[in-house]
Design a protein around this ligand. Sequence first.
Ligand code: Z5A
Length: 213
Amino acid sequence: MTTKDKTLKGKFIVIEGLEGAGKSTAIATVKAWLEAKGLQVVCTREPGGTPLAEQLRTLVKQAAPQEQIAPETELLLMYASRVQLLRNVIEPALSVGQWVLADRHDLSSRAYQGGGRQLGDTLINTLRQAVLGDTRPDLTLYLDIDPALGLARAAHRGELDRIEQEQLAFFERTRDKYLQIAATEPGIVVIDASQTLAQVQTALQQALDSSGL
Ligand code: Z5A
């Protein structure tokens, strides 16, 4: 386990990727595999996952026609949501030996706000240290997809939220940041999400099998 806090007995797996990469689909698959092994699995999503964090999710996703939302505000709302989820759901679950399967976590902020919004690393690293402490995912599965393909897959869902309305260049910077971090940090497996569903599932299974968890 990568967390240094030995009181956390469960494992923490995060699924990451751009819009339409197939995170929800992957989570359903991984959850079924883990449960078949007899593990207790708690699924989370970010932003969101507690009553207050869900309100913050609504705030960050809804259009704000009367007021520009500053990138720093967006970042702070993401971390406010994250700390609520960590303290109230993720850490309690890990401490009793449950496994946590997360739809997005800290890496999303580093990619979207750090890369997409070009906020850089200083403020983000300060927030990470303050909010996360020693709690880190044991494994991150990053579903990598060309933003145009991801957005096309997700397009049928109707009205776009505030972040989804960004230009392609924003998502390209976000993807670049994901790939840059994955290339330099341990514990992040990159999966080609442009493959067929069956191929993605095989890659997910291989990543889990070779993770040593
Ligand atoms: N955000 C942020 O900026 N900073 C942060 O710190 C955090 C988040 C935590 C959350 O949006 C937004 O917040 C997100 C990032 C930002 N904004 N954007 N853009 P969300 O949670 O509402 O949505 P999302 O995370 O972007 O997920 P999604 O749209 O639900 O995508 P998905 O879960 O990855 O995709 P999916 O639903 O599994 O699949 C999409 C479709 O593709 C679906 O019809 C599938 O059947 C299909 N699919 C899936 N896999 C395949 C394959 N392999 N082939 C073909 N078709 C497939």
